[in-house]
Write a protein that binds this ligand. Structure first.
Ligand code: GUN
Length: 283
């Protein structure tokens, strides 16, 4: 039976520490979140981010924009936030409505306010194994979880299932920078289970229920589930068939209570770090 990785507990510890550090600051870190349209899942995520930012002692503002907003209007808001000294972090919630191309906007956020680490300057730094101003929250949270449970990365075989810009690619780079041997699998990958069976670490970020089953997992492997899927019964589940995989894996993250809370904790950590960086630069 695998050790269940407690992301909630790990996140709470990190958030308590951030709260303490923030209480000693003269100026509060400021996080601005932009939500375009009313995608139900995104609305819940944004509400949670705002709630956690306020609990942590940050200034938090949420800009809820209509679905039919123009490119120019959204760019104007980003420009305004880039210039606002009280704003340390800007997060543009994805996905955007179909008529808007994410990179047109993500590329315009000041890299030093890019709490998501999605700007090409930050993703490029990650690729070059340099320190980005911010590292994408979910990938950073995954690495922090592995480290918290003393799961060795260096020299290990890591398989990442999913090649998104939000999770798959950045977490692959982080693992590579920590000297894992990394395989990125995706929807066109052949013989997935032959690949995953050799993995010491499996990270699944596909959003497809039961993507990872027990016959795909090597005994003792660490299995990190990034999927969040709302089942027909209304309950949240992940990519991994938790009940069977837990009997084979050495470590496993639950959904909910695994990666999700760490994403929010890393968002708060990134906001604080950018605040300290930006205030440092103003002195
Ligand atoms: N949508 C799903 N995950 C994320 C994330 O980490 N950041 C942003 N901006 N949008 C998301």
């Amino acid at each position: 039976m695998a050790t269940i990785i407690d992301g909630k507990k790990c996140a709470e510890k990190i958030l308590d520490d951030i709260k303490n550090r923030v209480s000693n600051l003269t100026q509060k870190p400021g996080l601005s979140v932009i939500l375009v349209g009313c995608d139900p899942a995104s609305s819940v995520y944004v509400k949670n981010k705002e709630k956690k930012a306020l609990e942590t002692g940050f200034n938090s503002s949420v800009y809820k924009l209509p679905e039919n907003i123009t490119k120019e209007e959204l760019l104007a808001l980003i420009e305004k936030l880039n210039k606002d000294d009280t704003v340390d972090g800007i997060l543009l919630q994805l996905p955007l409505p179909k008529h808007l191309n994410p990179s047109d906007f993500l590329d315009k956020i000041d890299p030093k306010k890019d709490v998501d680490g999605f700007h090409p300057v930050n993703s490029g730094k990650l690729l070059n194994n340099e320190k980005p101003y911010a590292i994408s929250c979910t990938p950073k949270g995954i690495i922090r979880l592995l480290e918290s449970y003393n799961i060795q990365i260096e020299g290990k075989n890591a398989v990442v299932i999913g090649r998104s810009n939000i999770v798959g690619k950045p977490v692959s780079m982080l693992l590579l920078n920590k000297n894992a041997t990394v395989t990125i699998a995706h929807s066109k990958t052949k013989n997935l289970s032959e690949i995953t069976k050799k993995a010491d670490i499996i990270i699944s970020a596909t959003g497809r229920a039961n993507m990872v089953t027990s016959d795909m997992v090597k005994e003792g492997a660490a299995v990190i589930d990034v999927g969040i899927i709302r089942g027909n019964d209304g309950k949240l589940k992940g990519d991994v068939d938790f009940n069977s995989v837990k009997d084979v894996a050495g470590f496993i993250t639950p959904v909910p209570g695994g990666v999700g809370p760490m994403t929010i904790a890393m968002l708060m950590e990134n906001t604080l770090e950018l605040h300290l960086l930006n205030k440092e630069n103003q002195r």
